[in-house]
Ligand binder design. Sequence first.
Ligand code: ADP
Ligand code: MG
Length: 380
Amino acid sequence: NYHVVLAENRKLYNEVQDLKGNIRVYCRIRPFLPGQNQNHSTIEFAGEDGELIVSNPLKQGKDSRKLFKFNKVFGQAASQEEVFRDTQPLIRSVLDGYNVCIFAYGQTGAGKTYTMSGPSLSSKSDWGVNYRALHDLFHISHSRRNSIMYEIGVQMVEIYNEQQIKYCFLDLHTLGIWNTTQPNGLAVPDASMHSVNSMTDVLELMNIGMTNRATSATALNERSSRSHSVLSIHVRGTDLKTNTLFRGCLHLVDLAGSERVDRSEATGDRLKEAQHINKSLSALGDVIFALAQKSSHVPYRNSKLTQLLQSSLGGQAKTLMFVQLNPDVASYSGTISTLKFAERVSGVELGAARSNKEGKDVRELMEQVSFLKDAITRKD
Ligand code: ADP
Ligand code: MG
């Protein structure tokens, strides 16, 4: 049966992709906020299998309709729990010694912080990927306690204007500092890493970290859209049978807003900031693209962010990018440039949408071809 074979091939294809350490790209569409006109949605179709069709609802004709393909699309109704469910396997692999990077990319207001941290700490159902990840890592490490002893440490770093790096937990003394001479997967001092044993520790630490990031709430909001925030979770495991030590780390990166600042409007500091953001986001795109292309030169040194994450990007490391979209028509051009970035990092170009059957078959064939190519290369 053709469909069964195709489904199996897909599964295998995905596994091969995973083995290669390739990037996975998930799209998440934010719901409309009160006051936004729901009739002006740019999302024409969001399919379970990862297809997304966007268009400008204020333009006549559908020539501008564009198709994109993701590993997964989360529609406006997707819950934090659903999003986490598809992220969990990647996160758990950290306990087996893998390095994992998870990014949230998109314009300011598109839901990056909602996905990574959630709208509030008070209700567990609101928790974003970061708290859920820690909760899950504690849970699994506890269940393995008879065979592996795990230690978990966290670190929070903010990169602003390419140069300034702020260690958000630096002047904390309430929790133990993680002492180690081994490389920690992030090129910052271990002194800023704190051991955590429970969610209580984590919540305490995060609250202080958030306060340390900025002095006032408005300053935090203003600045958080212009800085990259990196929460790193480090895991050290000791296999109790063999007494061998291994490490894994998970970096959760809430990127600076990807909106392009109009050159004519921005001046001085604001312009400089915008240039730094553009530079570092394109440097990140270049690195991921080079890795996807198996390029011999990966340009890690072009930005602070990629320098920091160098040892956790590429090689055996796994990468996931959340591409966040605001469905409002006012964000249309930003949505398109976000999707272009996503297309580039996933290493696939699909071009304009063909919603007819033929278009779909061509894509399926393309997938089959690349699946077979991959299978052949892996056999060599
Ligand atoms: P960003 O970090 O990309 O600037 P935010 O995460 O702050 O964007 O989201 C902007 C606003 O939209 C916030 O008020 C947030 O609570 C809301 N929001 C974002 N995503 C969702 C979602 N999936 N469900 C409900 N509200 C959301
Ligand atoms: Mg944010």
